[in-house]
Design a binder for this molecule. Structure first.
Ligand code: SF4
Length: 174
């Protein structure tokens, strides 16, 4: 049976639609996985100093970080996908932090919470790590001494954006 002109046109449209472009299905799966991951953040809080007070206040019901799927901390690195480093890291603590990071499985992300973790802050001395990114990769920096809850929530939103678009890639060098 001969196809009519509109039928031929429809077939051409389907053939040229996005459905048949290479990578269509893998990019859709990646979007769904990104969406699911960004809303189920299992954080490992490594709390070492005074920033911990602000971390606890943000984790309480008033700021409701459950909205970001991040309200349920895990205290095993093997069950966590985001390492929250909260407070000053001394050179003595640095190997512990690195070990915790290495025990987490991919995909994983790191948040530097407070200026001490970002840069060493005003502890410019022989005992303090001058920024945890000299030891492990950091995805989001939350500045402040301590950071205000609004800044922490802003950092969480930035982390979610990063998680959503990270697809199936591993970190460089993995
Ligand atoms: S950034 Fe300020 S509040 Fe946070 S650990 Fe350092 S000194 Fe304490």
């Amino acid at each position: 049976m001969e196809l009519t002109a509109p039928q031929k046109e429809n077939i051409q449209k389907i053939e040229h639609s996005n459905l048949f472009t290479p990578g269509f299905f893998s990019s859709k799966v990646s979007e769904v996985v990104g969406w699911a991951r960004k809303n189920s953040i299992f954080q490992f809080p490594m709390v070492t100093a005074c920033c911990g007070m602000e971390y606890m206040s943000v984790a309480c019901s008033h700021y409701d970080i459950d909205r970001f799927g991040a309200g349920f901390p895990r205290f095993s690195p093997r069950q966590s996908d985001v390492l929250f480093v909260v407070g000053t890291i001394s050179h003595k603590m640095a190997p512990v932090m690195k070990r915790i990071y290495e025990q987490m499985t991919e995909p994983k992300w790191v948040v530097a919470f407070g200026v001490c973790t970002c840069t060493g802050g005003f502890y410019d001395n022989y005992a303090t790590v001058q920024g945890i990114d000299t030891i492990i990769p950091v995805d989001v920096y939350i500045p402040g001494c301590p950071p205000r809850p609004e800044t922490v929530i802003d950092g969480l939103i930035k982390l979610q954006e990063k998680i959503e678009h990270s697809g199936f890639e591993s970190r460089p060098g993995k």
